[in-house]
Design a protein around this ligand. Structure first.
Ligand code: 1GP
Length: 249
């Protein structure tokens, strides 16, 4: 088990550098492959593994994936759940997240009510997070029935982010959706960062070191990539330059 609080680990890392996190989806890869990718991602400099996706997974599969990661890496494993049924007692933390611009109460508070007692029983560290879906939103926007933030409305994204902060959430996540053709616009990242005081995570559609540099340069504290490692055999060679750009940003 990861000994320290994962939230403290994130915040203390952010005092010195920007952070990259690797998202792995148990619906797309077997647990052994997840473990192997986790090990390579750690070597490439990623700071945490997020485990999840937009489909509902069995608890068994999530458990096996967490355990495979625990065997291969010493990184914190943070659940990024689509639903209450996908929690694993072996994880170090989970983003206790609300999709603030969903039109479906289940994604705002319903699944969370189902998940809360499990989080308590399992003793997983919950990290409260405001999850905000930006156009195009992809599968997560569709499944979560999000009223996506238009790419040309950074002010609306900022207002949602400020709402997350005032609710007491510890992090804001601007999400363009996994596999998006373009990441969240730099202008939107900049406006949100200027408006809030809590750390800002940006993900969805980040595939190149240049995109990582732009998003970190615009003010993101943490960037997340998922799809790039699914599309390559050269995990280290693909991730390392992206992570370097992020950390130096
Ligand atoms: C999705 O933000 C993450 O939740 C990662 O997106 O798969 O496009 O890297 P990608």
């Amino acid at each position: 088990m990861f000994q320290d609080s994962v939230y403290n680990y994130i915040v203390s890392k952010l005092r010195n550098e920007k952070i990259h996190m690797t998202l792995l989806d148990p619906a797309k890869m077997r647990p052994e492959r997840i473990g192997n990718i986790g090990a390579m991602a750690q070597k490439a400099g990623t700071s945490a593994i997020m485990l999840g996706g937009s489909t509902h997974l069995s608890m068994e599969l999530v458990d096996e994936s967490v355990l495979a990661l625990k065997k291969e890496t010493s990184l914190p494993i943070i659940l990024f759940p689509a639903a209450a049924a996908t929690l694993s007692r072996h994880a170090d933390a989970l983003y206790f997240m609300s999709m603030l611009n969903s039109t479906d109460i289940n994604y705002i508070v319903g699944e969370q009510v189902k998940g809360a007692p499990l989080v308590k029983d399992f003793g997983i560290e919950p990290i409260p997070m405001g999850y905000i879906i930006v156009e195009p939103g992809m599968a997560v926007g569709h499944v979560g029935k999000a009223k996506v933030i238009p790419r040309d409305d950074p002010e609306l994204a900022m207002h949602y982010s400020l709402t997350a902060q005032y609710f007491g959430m510890k992090l804001v996540y601007l999400e363009a959706g996994s596999g998006a053709s373009h990441p969240v616009p730099a202008k939107m990242v900049r406006e949100v960062k200027q408006g809030i005081e809590i750390p800002l995570i940006v993900g969805g559609g980040i595939r190149t070191p240049k995109q990582a540099r732009e998003i970190i340069g615009a003010g993101a504290d943490i960037i997340v990539t998922g799809t790039v490692v699914e599309e390559t055999e050269d995990i280290f060679g693909t991730l390392e330059p992206i992570i370097q750009e992020a950390r130096n940003g």
